[in-house]
Design a protein around this ligand. Sequence first.
Ligand code: GUN
Length: 296
Amino acid sequence: MTAQIIDGKAIAAQIYDEIRAEIAVLKEKYGIAPGLATVLVGENPASKAYVASKQKTCVDCGFHSVGEHLPEDATQEQVEAAVRRFNEDPAIHGILVQLPLPRHLNEEKILATISIEKDVDGFHPLNIGKLAMKGRKPLFVPCTPAGCIELLVRSGIEISGAEAVVLGRSNIVGLPVSLLLLHRDATVTICHSRSRNLPEICRRADILVAAVGQPKMVKADWVKPGAVVIDVGINRIPDPTTKSGSRMVGDVDFDEVKEVAGYITPVPGGVGPMTIAMLMWNTLRGAKIAAGLIET
Ligand code: GUN
């Protein structure tokens, strides 16, 4: 059996169509364009590329987009001041502080400075706290985890009652995706660097989410035949056959796992395109919250 490929690019394109349709209404009826502000500190090449891509997508979608790029040695006060400025700007409906921040900065305090009505990354402690509780609704859900759930739902995969195994417990992906799966009534196991018998635990999964940052770690014999495999990993490995000398792979050994799984996301072209689509979705939601069109 060869797995059905879950095409993240195609699903993200559907979401952009839905966003554009909503924006047309927002602009015509209320004269509002959603606005996203990015805060980037330092020169991390991956972070710069992600922020540039987020800003470009804003322009493509007809969003208002502004960016603050602070130097590597920016102080805690400077970063918090940039966030506060965007908190007060009525043209801004979403604020994104690109992570990771340089080590001298207090990430927790900076994320807590973001107004929760503009926390389109969903990393404010109040939003994450609500996500961790039964019966509470965060204003925003973190983008990559939300993208994983959209891929499952739009591919017609039943989450309720499924055994879900999440590899990784990061604040950005592993933990929030586990909480989202739990909210949708999956039976969730979270694995991490101290977990024993990883292959055995993974083989129990109907839905396996890999978010550990280890190239091609998940092998065919870790996967139950027919399982759904969502690969969040973005790893560069050397490849002398390519022009750049490297290529991108996920946390899953795609070539062998696709022979066992029922569904699988490729890297690139799986979860990756969904992260920015969900960010745009959240920014549109921020604009609707500001316009009083969504009850909070
Ligand atoms: N760094 C890696 N992923 C993300 C993300 O989704 N949001 C932010 N702000 N930083 C990140």
